[in-house]
Design a protein. Structure first.
Length: 445
């Protein structure tokens, strides 16, 4: 009897404990769920961070003492890291920058860090055809050679236009580099084997290139405009390869991956702030981001790699969109037209002017016909040709650079044409339009 009572008591006690446990678990379960969810989010961030930051460091340790290298957009991010790494390897580096004072300070700092006295800053504003022409003229008059051209600079941000009235993303990221490459191509040919490295992005896959709507009047959005410019860079790389590989000028596209830089500095609002914060946490640093550019600039025996896309120091398959032969030819001709180089449109190639005349697309094999068609068609983003050429005085030769200028610089000053609803970009460094690459005195220390 006593035993049965004891058992009953134990059972009651157990039941009470179970009830208490149930209540406790009900109290605690939201906290458990929350911590599980938080752990999963942290794990996802960790995996994403690992994935984004995965970098193959340049396996080539060749130096580049005998090479002259231009890096556009060298004042920050990937361009800055590229310039530093190449200077470490002994290259003669031209920092093509749009803020000359910042560029000169950077050149001095790189020279000090690397003990390489051949680092120069030169003014280049890719949003101005005039500035590009001045940069190229000055470079060609002062430098004996050019072995590597790194087309790296980029703009990403709200709608804005270049000095020549072109949509800014397209104008800076693509057209500016097109014109620069065009002006320097003979030097590259002369110094063959030489290389053109176009810094692209996998955003090209999301880009849509409508040559009838360069101003992006229909559908402007920040990412869309950037993606379109990167698609244009991909097609440009393909076309450069097609045109220059026989001269042993090798064209390579480099996809750096997701890199924490200042690229999104102009992205407004909360989205911009979130993206920048995300970039700082998840993306790799610029030194990791420039490794494939270094690889493409320094590796030997890459003639058969021309026209290819590189990522993490390996080739990556280019999707159909990025190697559309017809579109790349049309883009090339359109670009010649936008850079006032219509006479350079090749006669043997079928020229397609995408603008429509009386609702009909004009196709021609004849440059004269092309010009006539252009005249007839209305091209909102094409600035009128300058009425007169304004010759400017030849730039002074820099202290250490060979070959002083022989010819006066011819500078065309096209009347700026504003795009519809174009806004001004926040940052427009005031820089006198003149090159002055000169080594800083610290270099000699
Ligand atoms: N960051 C990424 O995750 C990522 C991913 C894929 C591809 N990329 C590509 O990598 C390249 C380098 O970008 P980043 O990430 O290093 O960005 P970044 O830090 O913003 O560097 C861009 C550079 O371009 C220069 N620039 C902008 N407008 C210019 C103009 N009108 N004329 C001359 N230079 C101009 C900037 O000069 P200021 O400093 O004077 O403005 C800056 O130095 C770009 O081609 C970009 O598309 C980047």
């Amino acid at each position: 009897m006593v035993k049965a009572m004891k058992n009953q008591f134990k059972v009651d006690e157990l039941e009470e404990n179970i009830e208490e446990l149930k209540e406790l678990s009900e109290d605690v379960s939201p906290a458990i769920y929350l911590s599980v969810i938080l752990s999963l989010i942290l794990l996802a961030i960790f995996i994403l961070r690992l994935y984004n930051r995965w970098t193959v460091h340049c396996p080539v340790d060749l130096r580049c003492e005998d090479k002259t290298i231009i890096v556009t957009g060298a004042n920050s991010g990937i361009g800055k890291a590229t310039a530093l790494e190449l200077a470490k390897r002994g290259g003669r580096i031209i920092l093509a920058v749009r803020d000359r004072h910042k560029g000169e300070a950077l050149a001095r700092s790189i020279m000090k860090k690397t003990q390489n006295p051949n680092v120069f800053a030169a003014y280049l504003n890719l949003a101005s055809l005039t500035s590009i022409k001045e940069f190229a003229t000055d470079f060609l008059s002062k430098e004996k050679s050019l072995h590597v051209l790194v087309n790296n600079a980029a703009y990403m941000g709200p709608r804005a236009s270049t000095d020549d009235g072109i949509e800014r993303c397209f104008g800076v990221n693509y057209l500016g580099h097109f014109y620069l490459t065009w002006l320097l191509k003979d030097k590259l040919r002369k110094c063959a084997p030489s290389r053109i490295i176009n810094v692209v992005s996998d955003a090209y896959l999301k880009g849509n290139l409508d040559l009838d709507d360069i101003a992006m009047v229909k559908n402007y959005n920040i990412y869309g405009a950037y993606a379109r410019s990167k698609l244009a860079n991909m097609l440009f790389n393909f076309e450069c390869h097609r045109r220059y590989v026989s001269d042993i000028v090798i064209s390579m596209a480099v996809q750096p991956g997701a890199v924490s830089t200042e690229l999104m500095r102009n992205w407004p609002g909360l989205t911009g702030q979130l993206l920048r914060a995300m970039g700082r946490i998840l993306f790799k640093d610029p030194v990791a981001g420039c490794q494939t550019i270094i690889f493409c600039a320094c590796k030997d025996g890459i003639r058969d790699q021309s026209g290819k896309l590189f990522y993490n120091c390996k080739t990556l398959k280019i999707k159909e969109k990025g190697r559309d032969k017809q579109l790349s030819k049309e883009l090339w001709n359109k670009s010649l037209h936008l850079c006032h180089l219509d006479s350079e449109i090749e006669l043997e190639e079928e020229v397609v002017i995408p603008e429509k005349t009386n609702g009909q697309e004009v196709r021609s094999r004849d440059t004269a016909a092309v010009k006539a068609a252009e005249k007839a068609s209305k091209i909102p983003q094409h600035p009128p040709k300058p009425a007169a050429e304004a010759p400017k005085k030849a730039p002074e030769p820099a202290k250490k650079l060979p070959e002083p200028a022989k010819k006066p610089v011819e500078v065309k000053k096209p009347e700026p044409v504003k795009q519809p609803q174009a806004e001004q970009v926040k940052k427009q460094p005031e820089v006198p339009p003149k090159l002055a690459p000169k080594p800083a005195p610290e270099a000699k220390e």
